[in-house]
Design a protein. Structure first.
Length: 257
């Protein structure tokens, strides 16, 4: 049996690929556990400063594996805390994570992409929360992250009708940061991830934490958090190096300290 999750390293970027093409990359426990293990590995590797999560050209992931969950009863889901443990690992990653989405990102697939820090899409990408069509509702953040990303009106439309949104609409609506031709998605995403990873890792982590505070706090608290992180950056060798390099008109040599 082939590995359902593959991972490889491109310089300072860790790439994770979901690899269940026969099932449109449906997310069963092995896949979610494999993604979590790859994230653990890249988080522990101090040479890696950015992570990319992708699927194949037909599907990022068409949702949780319907066959694997169809016979669950309430107690199976509740007492087993249905795949929550591994599922949350992307959200708790401290390094930046980019989802590179081609083809379908549906249900849990769309939710997984939204747990990443930003989504880059191929022009053939289709996003959706179609759970309503199979008698259930989004269970991994769709009803919470989608309204934050695209507003209540479109989120309600997506979740109540189960309709799909193409890449162009997703970019207009703010779900997607950039759209690339399908055959260039991975190369372009790795290029951007490389640009990000060339910066100071602690600064990247402070930026990620600060942007995420915007969704967890009042504006005043968020501004205070940002200010403290900004002040803390004066304690970094990389901040001194970055400013010195600018003044000397050379490229900075960051040491992640
Ligand atoms: N699960 C299992 N198998 C799937 C699948 C899925 N979600 N999606 C596709 N497949 C399988 C198909 O059954 C088919 O298998 P074979 O018949 O060849 O054996 C194969 O992939 C190819 O799919 P199709 O023949 O259907 O291909 P089409 O091009 O015609 O259609 C499609 C592609 C993606 C539009 C269609 O397959 C589709 O509608 N798929 C289901 C989409 C869906 O309803 N997704 C939402 C599932 S519910 C949670 C975490 C996660 C979740 C909830 C809680 N916690 C942490 C608490 C998530 C829930 C969901 O995602």
């Amino acid at each position: 049996m082939s590995e359902v999750v593959l991972h490889e390293i491109h310089d300072k970027v860790g790439l994770i690929r979901i690899n269940r093409p026969e099932a449109m990359n449906a997310l069963n426990e092995a896949v979610v556990r494999g993604i979590a293990a790859a994230v653990d590995r890249f988080e522990a590797d101090e040479n890696i400063a950015c992570i990319v999560l992708t699927g194949n050209d037909k599907a990022f992931a068409a949702g949780a594996d319907i066959g694997a969950m169809k016979d669950f009863d309430y107690m199976d889901a509740y007492l087993g805390d249905f795949i929550t443990r591994y599922w949350e690992r992307i959200r708790t990653a401290r390094k930046p994570v980019i989802a590179a989405v081609a083809g379908y990102a549906l249900g849990g697939g769309c939710e997984f992409a939204m747990m990443c820090d930003m989504i880059f899409a191929a022009d053939n990408a289709r996003f959706g929360q179609p759970e309503v069509k199979i008698g259930t509702l989004p269970g991994a953040g769709g009803t919470q992250r989608l309204p934050r990303a695209i507003g209540k009106a479109k989120a309600m439309d997506m979740c109540l009708t189960g309709r799909l949104m193409d890449a162009a609409e997703a970019e207009r609506a703010g779900l997607v940061a950039r759209v690339f031709p399908a055959d260039q998605l991975l190369a372009e995403t790795l290029k951007v991830a490389g640009t990000i990873a060339a910066h100071s890792l602690p600064v990247l982590m402070m930026i990620k934490e600060s942007v995420n505070r915007a969704f967890e706090s009042s504006l005043a608290e968020g501004l205070l958090f940002e200010r403290r992180a900004f002040h803390a950056s004066f304690g970094l060798a990389d901040q001194r190096e970055g400013m010195q390099a600018f003044l000397e008109k050379r490229k900075p040599d960051f040491t992640n300290r």
